[in-house]
Design a protein around this ligand. Structure first.
Ligand code: SF4
Length: 278
């Protein structure tokens, strides 16, 4: 029998706590995989470098390409049609909707799966995982979002050889517990991990990005504008215009100081399976 223990490292609060626990031998971990969309804030990449420097379990940084560039060029790294991000739309009656998200699957889940198959198990394309191998995948879902763990378990129910593990749920740890744990071990606050242009943001989070990360903000505005550019390949197949912000207004013109704090729309949360750091 061979057991392989893989941590899905999103480099946000919860998965960073898991990584440090693995480093302390509190959970088994042969390797951590960071699926890089190429679009994280600079602070996340600095944090990742710090984790690497600690000399814990190896961290493999793997990528399917730079998500925003692929969006704007209309194709992904394999030359297929771009993977859509969960952008907002508004119909003529003013009803707000959201585009089906493909980015998590192509730029996160499949990157981790490919790394496990090709690099850890050294399988050829389409080769089956040997009967005597079990892969334990560790996810960073805390008690605040237990519903995501249930959805994750359902995703893996039919996947032979792979067992999802949720150590934070097992420990009864919330995000607050993770923050307290990290504060004792890191000399800085762990930044939020997600693409700078991810539409899964509150008004507070957009305001924070704009005030604290000029490069990330500019990139978000660039992608938001590209979503509606005349003739843009991204807009083909969509009757309505696409926006990053739920108001369906161009991001560059939104006055976040004038907007009330909000929470994430329940319709938009919860399908990242602990791999997007959201
Ligand atoms: S952070 Fe957002 S935009 Fe980036 S891959 Fe995840 S869901 Fe998609």
């Amino acid at each position: 029998m061979r057991n392989v223990h893989v941590l899905n490292l999103g480099a946000g609060v919860q998965s960073s706590a898991l990584y440090l626990m693995a480093r302390e031998g509190r959970i088994p971990c042969d390797v951590a995989v960071f699926a890089d969309t190429g679009e994280e804030p600079a602070l996340v990449y600095q944090h990742l470098s710090h984790l690497v420097s600690l000399g814990g379990p190896p961290i493999l940084v793997r990528s399917a390409g730079k998500l925003g560039d692929d969006l704007m060029h209309g194709r992904n790294s394999t030359g297929q049609r771009f993977a859509s991000i969960p952008a907002f739309t508004k119909d003529a009656a003013g009803k707000v909707g959201m585009v089906r998200r493909q980015c998590t699957k192509e730029y996160k889940i499949e990157v981790v799966d490919r790394t496990i198959r090709r690099e850890l198990l050294e399988l050829k394309p389409r080769q089956r995982i040997p009967m005597d191998v079990t892969v334990y995948q560790y996810f960073d879902i805390s008690t605040d979002e237990a519903g995501r763990a249930e959805r994750g378990k359902r995703r893996f129910a039919a996947v032979r050889h792979t067992v999802p593990v949720y150590p934070l749920i097992d420990l009864g740890w919330s995000r607050t517990d993770c923050l307290a744990y990290l504060r004792e071990r890191l000399p800085y606050e762990v930044p939020k991990s997600s693409c700078v242009f991810c539409p899964y943001r509150t008004n507070q989070s957009w305001r924070h990005l704009k005030r604290t990360d000029a490069t990330g903000w500019d990139r978000a505005v660039e992608i938001d504008t590209a979503l509606r550019a005349d003739g843009s390949i991204v807009t083909r197949g969509f009757r309505q215009k696409l926006f990053l912000h739920r108001s369906c207004e161009p991001l560059a013109g939104i006055d976040f100081d004038a907007l009330a704090p909000n929470t994430l729309d329940p319709l938009t949360v919860g399908e990242c399976h602990g791999v997007c750091g959201l």
